[in-house]
Design a protein around this ligand. Structure first.
Ligand code: NAD
Ligand code: ZN
Length: 713
C-alpha cells in the first residue's frame, strides 16, 4: 500500500510536461475531485478549505494538463465549471443569460497576451480602448427588473442556475426596488460586499455573544446574503456595486463606460475608480495606482478587471465555455499587500526578549485580515540581517511608513518591504528602546545576539507572567483550569508571583479560606475546589515536564526530554548543573555528550542554575514537588536507534508524550524529514512532511500503526 501512495503523491508534484498519459489521466481525476471539494467549501459553505493562491495554482495545473492532453479532458472538468451548484434550501432561479467567471492574469505578460489575443481575434482592429475597474471581492448577484420593478435576485450558483435570494436582496440599501427610465426588462449584475468597518463591527458583535466570527469580509458578505431568513440579512450591513448586466430589452449604451454611467443614473452605486484607457501600459499603471490605494479603500478588492470598452466588439469576441474573451482579471499577488504602519509596539517575552510588533492599518492578505505583523528585531527595522548585511537595499522602517505585508500559509505575517517614495519628510528613524518598556530595567544586546533583552529577570512583570504561562502550558505542567488567562489574573492580584506560589494557592485560598476565590468572577466553589485538585495531582511531575516548565532559554520540549532521560532524576540533574562550569570540566563534557545538546543550550542551562535569584525560585518550586524519575532508554525496542518524525494531529497522545515515549524507547525524534529519517508517523492534516517522506520513500505509519509497532496498542 505504501508503494501505491508514494506513486500517487509523486505524480502530484511532477511537472505537467513530464507526465505520461496514464499519470495525466490520474492527475486530472485527482484535481477534479480536489477542486470540486474546494469549490463547494468556498461557494456553497462560505468556508474555504484552501488559500485562493493554492486554488488558483491547482486550477492552472489542471488547465496545463488539459492543454497537453486534450483527449483526456473529463466531462466534469473544472475548467468547464463556474462556482458551485445552488445550495439546498434556497429556491432556484435559472439565469436568462449565463453568469460567467473571468480569466485571470497574474503578471504584465499575461495582460499583454490578453491584448494580443483580442486583436488577433478581431483581425487588426486598430486602436482598442479598455476599461479598468477594481475587482470587488464579494459575491456576484443578478437583479431582475421588469417594468422598472425589482422582481427577483439570484446568486451566480453554477452560472446557469442560482439561488433565489430576492427577499434578502430587498433588504440591501444600495439595491433600488424601483428604477425610472430603465428598459422594460433589465438584469443588473454586480457584487455584494461588506466594508472593513462593518465587517469588524459584525465580528466584534458576534465575538461578544460567543458566536462564530468570519475569516474575511467576503465570507461575511456571502454568509450574510445567503441566509434562509431574510431578517438576518437585514441586520447585516451589505453593500452593492453594479458593473454588468444580463438580459436587457434595449441596449444600455454603446460602450462599457457608457453602460456604467447609465447604471449610475439609474440609481446604482458604481465604482469611482473605473477608468478608460487606449494603451495597455496605462492599464497597468492604473492597476498599480489601485494597488497603492487598496488598504485605504475600506473594502476588499483582489485585482483589477480590464474589459474591451466597445460593446459591439465585446459581442464579436463572445465567450469561451466559462469566461468572456473580452475581459480579464489582473490579480494582485495573493499573499502580499501594502498598508500603513501605524505604530511599533515592543513585547517582552519569557526570556526577556524585546520583540517589535508592527501595528498596521488592517488589510486583507491572502484571505485573512492582518493588523499586526512581526518586525523580528532591532536590525531588521534598520534594514540589516543577522550578519550585518543590508536587506531591502538597506531601507529602514519608520512609523507612518507604507509597508508591504507578507503572509505564507499559517506563518505569522511579516513586514517585507517599505515604500520610500511615500515616506513623510518628517519621519524619524525608529529608536529601539534600550530599557524594558515593562519594568524599566536596562535592555541589552549581548555580542552575537540579534535580540535585545530586558535584564530585569524575575523583577520584570512581563517576564514573570510569561514564565508562569509557560509553566502551566500544555507540554509543561498542563494544569486543568489554570491557563494563560487565569495566571495573568492571579499575577495582577498578587496571588501568584512566581511558580512556587501556584502550589501555595491551596494553603492560602483553599478550603477554610475559599471565599476569596469562589466570589471572583468566573469562579464558583466547585471550580475552585477542582483547581486545587488539579494542582495537587501535578505535584507528581514527570522530570521532562518539570525541566521544560522551568522555561530555560533554548530548552524546548525535546531538549527537556533528552536532559531528563540522560540524568534520570531531579537530584542528579540539579547537582550536575549546580557544580558544572561553562566550557570546562567533567559535568560540562557529560552534558555535551548528549546527542542533541549543543554549547549554546548547555551554557544557558548552567547559567540559569548559577543565577542566585533564578536558582532560589527553582528551589522554592521543587520543594512542593515529587519529580517522577525518567525512564531509561530501552535498547530492545524495534524503534531504538531510529530517527522518527511526528507530523499532523495525534489523537491518542500529545506531541510531547509521543516524543517522550519514542525517546524512552531509544529513538531519536526529529522535527524535519530528511534522508536520515527512518520513520514518519503522520496523523490527519499532515502536510509537507508526509509528502516529503513519500518522495524519499521513507516508511510511513499512522498513529495506530505506531502504537502497534511499539507495543502500546
Ligand atoms: N480558496 C478556495 O478554495 C477557492 C475555491 C473556489 C474559488 N476560489 C477563488 O474564487 C475565485 C474564482 O472564482 P470565480 O470563478 O468567481 O472567479 P473570480 O472571482 O476570480 O472572477 C469572477 C467574478 O469576479 C467578480 N467581480 C468583481 N468585480 C468585478 C468587476 N468589476 N467586473 C466583473 N466581475 C467582477 C464577479 O463576481 C465575477 O463572478 C478565485 O479568486 C479563486 O481563488 C477559491
Ligand atoms: Zn523588563
Amino acid at each position: 500500500m505504501a508503494d501505491d501512495l508514494t506513486q500517487e503523491k509523486s505524480v502530484a508534484t511532477k511537472a505537467t510536461s513530464a507526465l505520461s498519459v496514464e499519470e495525466a489521466r490520474a492527475e486530472l481525476a485527482r484535481l477534479a475531485d480536489l477542486l470540486a471539494g474546494a469549490n463547494t467549501a468556498y461557494h456553497a459553505d462560505d468556508a474555504p478549505v484552501m488559500s485562493d493562491a493554492d486554488y488558483d495554482a491547482l486550477k492552472r495545473r489542471n488547465a496545463e494538463i488539459e492543454a497537453r492532453f486534450p483527449d483526456l479532458k473529463r466531462d466534469d472538468s473544472p475548467t468547464e465549471q463556474v462556482g458551485a451548484a445552488p445550495s439546498e434550501g434556497f429556491g432556484k432561479i435559472t439565469h436568462a443569460v449565463r453568469m460567467m467567471s473571468l480569466a485571470n492574469a497574474f503578471d504584465d505578460e499575461d495582460v499583454a497576451e490578453f491584448d494580443r489575443s483580442v486583436r488577433k481575434y478581431l483581425g487588426a482592429p486598430g486602436e482598442i480602448a479598455y476599461t479598468a475597474e477594481p475587482k470587488i471581492d464579494g459575491l456576484s448577484l443578478s437583479l431582475r427588473y421588469e417594468q422598472g420593478k425589482l422582481v427577483s435576485a439570484a446568486t451566480r450558483g453554477d452560472g446557469e442556475v442560482g439561488e433565489n435570494v430576492t427577499d434578502n436582496a430587498r433588504t440591501i440599501a444600495d439595491i433600488p426596488q424601483e428604477l425610472t427610465g430603465a428598459p422594460e426588462i433589465l438584469e443588473v449584475r454586480g457584487e455584494v460586499y461588506m466594508s472593513h468597518a462593518d465587517f469588524e463591527a459584525l465580528n466584534a458583535r458576534h465575538a461578544e455573544r460567543g458566536g462564530k466570527t468570519f475569516a474575511n469580509p467576503r465570507n461575511a458578505a456571502a454568509g450574510s446574503l445567503r441566509q434562509l431568513d431574510a431578517e438576518i440579512t437585514r441586520a447585516r450591513p451589505l453593500k452593492f456595486f453594479a458593473y454588468a448586466w444580463g438580459e436587457h430589452s434595449e441596449p444600455l449604451a454603446d460602450t462599457q463606460m457608457g453602460a456604467i454611467h447609465r447604471l449610475t443614473e439609474l440609481g446604482f452605486q458604481t465604482n469611482p475608480l473605473t477608468k478608460r484607457f487606449t494603451d495597455i501600459s496605462e492599464l497597468i499603471a492604473h492597476y498599480h495606482e489601485i494597488e497603492t490605494q487598496r488598504a485605504t479603500l475600506g473594502y476588499d478588492i483582489d485585482g483589477v478587471v480590464y474589459k474591451v470598452d466597445r460593446l459591439d466588439l465585446q459581442h464579436r469576441l463572445g465567450f469561451r465555455s466559462t469566461t468572456p474573451r473580452w475581459a480579464i482579471a489582473h490579480k494582485f499577488p495573493a499573499e502580499l499587500a501594502w498598508t500603513r504602519l501605524e505604530a511599533i509596539d515592543i513585547q517582552v517575552g519569557r526570556t526577556g526578549a524585546l520583540s517589535p510588533v508592527a501595528r498596521l492599518t488592517p488589510v486583507t492578505v491572502g484571505g485573512v485580515v492582518v493588523s499586526n505583523a512581526t518586525l523580528h528585531n532591532e536590525d531588521y527595522i534598520k534594514g540589516l540581517d543577522s550578519k550585518g548585511e543590508e536587506i531591502r537595499g538597506g531601507k529602514d522602517i519608520r512609523v507612518g511608513d507604507w509597508v508591504q505585508v507578507y503572509r505564507a500559509g499559517d506563518v505569522i505575517p511579516k513586514v517585507a518591504d517599505v515604500d520610500l517614495a511615500r515616506r513623510k519628510s518628517d519621519a524619524l528613524p525608529y529608536a529601539f528602546p534600550t530599557t524594558c518598556p515593562e519594568c524599566g530595567s536596562d535592555a541589552i544586546r549581548e555580542e552575537g545576539d540579534a535580540v535585545r533583552r530586558c535584564t530585569g529577570g524575575l523583577i520584570c512583570p512581563a517576564q514573570a507572567v510569561e514564565k508562569l504561562k509557560h509553566l502551566v502550558s500544555r507540554g509543561a505542567f498542563d494544569i486543568e483550569g489554570l491557563g494563560a488567562k487565569q495566571v495573568e489574573q492571579f499575577y495582577k492580584d498578587g496571588w501568584v508571583k512566581e511558580p512556587a506560589d501556584i502550589f501555595e494557592l491551596k494553603a492560602k485560598f483553599g478550603p477554610g479560606n475559599l471565599s476569596q476565590l469562589k466570589n471572583r468572577e468566573g469562579w464558583g466553589e466547585k471550580s475552585a475546589l477542582n483547581l486545587f485538585d488539579a494542582i495537587d495531582t501535578r505535584r507528581d511531575i514527570p522530570l521532562a515536564r518539570l525541566i521544560f516548565g522551568l522555561g530555560i532559554r533554548h530548552v524546548g520540549e525535546s531538549s527537556a526530554n533528552l536532559l531528563a532521560t540522560h540524568y534520570g532524576t531531579w537530584e542528579n540533574f540539579e547537582s550536575a548543573m549546580k557544580t558544572a562550569t561553562v566550557g570546562t570540566g567533567p559535568e560540562w563534557d557529560d552534558l555535551l555528550s548528549i546527542d542533541g545538546v549543543g554549547e549554546v543550550m548547555a551554557t544557558s542551562v548552567i547559567t540559569t542554575f548559577h543565577q542566585e535569584a533564578e536558582r532560589a525560585s527553582i528551589d522554592r518550586l521543587v520543594a512542593h514537588l515529587r519529580p517522577i524519575e525518567a525512564e531509561k532508554p530501552q535498547n530492545d525496542s524495534p524503534v531504538s536507534g531510529k530517527t522518527v518524525v511526528f507530523t499532523g494531529t495525534l489523537e491518542k497522545m500529545t506531541r510531547a508524550e509521543a516524543k517522550a515515549r519514542a525517546e524512552a524507547l531509544g529513538a531519536k525524534v526529529s522535527g524535519s524529514v530528511s534522508a536520515k529519517t527512518d520513520l514518519v508517523v503522520a496523523g490527519p492534516g499532515a502536510g509537507s512532511k508526509e509528502k516529503k517522506a513519500r518522495e524519499l520513500g521513507i516508511e510511513l505509519l499512522d498513529e495506530d500503526g505506531w502504537l502497534a509497532l511499539i507495543g502500546d496498542a
